[in-house]
Ligand binder design. Structure first.
Ligand SMILES: *Cc1c(COP(=O)(O)O)cnc(C)c1O
Length: 371
């Protein structure tokens, strides 16, 4: 018998982001403009039945809304209590104890945690050095290298959290092709795909491709631009074969009735609320990058609703470490997310994009910290 507590859980700690109340919270990339109004109305219309009765077992109303929105079959869609839930389920569906999950650091911090939670091994593949003005993130690995050692799953995040990097689509396609050749599932976490520039690429193209693929799963969340982080709604698209396995490991009743109704209304976006928010995010992101650059801070190019700001060489009145800078902002009622010693980047902070007044509050705090 395995002793309790199980030894492989020893390095795990309960997730503990700094959640103390603050005036301007730019720490978690949620929608600083507010909640999707259609979702709010759907929850306001909840009845006693919605509390009393179990929801649809596999959230079929939400699956249908996703299917309709993207023109994919309902059997190609799964849903979950946030996309974290789907990621967690996908780890269980793809790997058995002791197998590995491949990813390229720095990326979503929950990946290593979900791997360990499910008895899987983290298989980070460090990028080669060589970052420069042409390629601030450094070269991406050859797709074949991601499959070395036979991982049970390859995880990519595009745009990547916490860097904002939008990996070239042809590289992503090459990774998918290599993985499918090896029979390995590839999860592309598109938590921030809503923010991709539609003039550059169709943000939904990979998601649609997933429905007809063999081993690709695309994951999305309603926690970011839709403003529903508190309700916990996510969805995934893949081939019906892969989605069926995902649903098995996910289990029933993961999306509650209010969350499902809100998610359906938000995805339909009948009043066209989302495009206006996306425009403002892009405008404020460009402006903030410029304001930072005017102050000698070069944010990394970002395709998401945040900027990753390396601190090396920053001239500040505090140490240019992630911890000291985050604390200095907190003293000025602005929360940002510290990223100490990011591989290939060093000390950095991540700042969510919000309405102009919040960006100005951030810049004012920054000017005070610069002294
Ligand atoms: C926010 C985020 C998620 C998950 O969000 P949920 O709230 O669980 O839906 C997943 N992946 C990345 C990269 C994120 O930043």
């Amino acid at each position: 018998m395995t002793p309790f507590p199980r030894p492989d859980y020893a390095p795990l700690e309960p997730y503990a982001p700094d959640r103390r109340p603050i005036a301007v919270d730019l720490s978690d990339n949620t929608n600083r403009w507010g909640v999707h109004p259609g979702a709010l109305a759907a929850v306001a219309g909840a009845s006693a039945e919605d509390f009393l009765r179990y929801p649809p077992v596999y959230a079929d109303h939400l699956r249908a809304a996703v299917a309709e929105r993207f023109g994919v079959p309902m059997e190609a869609v799964s849903t979950g209590c946030g996309s974290d839930d789907l990621l967690d389920s996908l780890f269980r569906a793809t790997g058995v104890m002791g197998e590995g999950v491949r990813f390229i650091p720095p990326t979503f911090s929950m990946i290593e945690i979900f791997a360990r939670m499910n008895g899987l091994e983290a298989m980070p593949l460090e990028r080669e050095a060589g970052a420069g003005p042409e390629s601030p993130f450094g070269p991406l690995p050859d797709p074949a290298r991601l499959l070395e050692g036979g991982p049970a799953m390859v995880y990519l995040c595009r745009p990547n959290n916490p860097t904002g990097e939008v990996q070239p689509r042809r590289w992503v396609d090459a990774v998918i092709e290599a993985a499918e050749g090896a029979g390995t599932v590839v999860a592309v976490d598109e938590a921030y795909a809503d923010f991709l520039d539609p003039r550059v690429e169709d943000p939904d193209d990979l998601l649609r491709a997933a429905a007809g693929s063999r081993r690709l799963v695309v994951l999305r969340t309603l926690s970011k631009v839709y403003g529903l982080a508190g309700l916990r709604v996510g969805y995934a698209v893949g081939s019906p074969e892969v989605i069926r396995e995902l649903e098995k490991s996910r289990g029933p009743y993961k999306v509650n009735r209010m969350a499902e109704a809100a998610g359906v209304a938000a995805l339909r976006d009948e009043a066209g609320w989302i495009p206006g928010i996306l425009d403002e995010v892009r405008v404020e992101r460009t402006r903030l990058a410029q304001e930072l650059s005017d102050r000698g801070l070069a944010a990394l190019p970002s395709g998401a609703n945040f900027l990753c700001v390396p601190l090396a060489g920053a001239e500040l009145s505090v140490d240019p470490t992630a911890a000291a800078v985050t604390a200095a902002f907190r003293e000025r009622e602005v929360a940002i997310r510290p990223f100490p010693a990011l591989p290939g980047i060093g000390e950095a902070v991540r700042v969510s994009i919000g309405p102009r007044a919040e960006m100005d509050a951030f810049l004012q705090a920054l000017d005070e910290i610069r002294g």
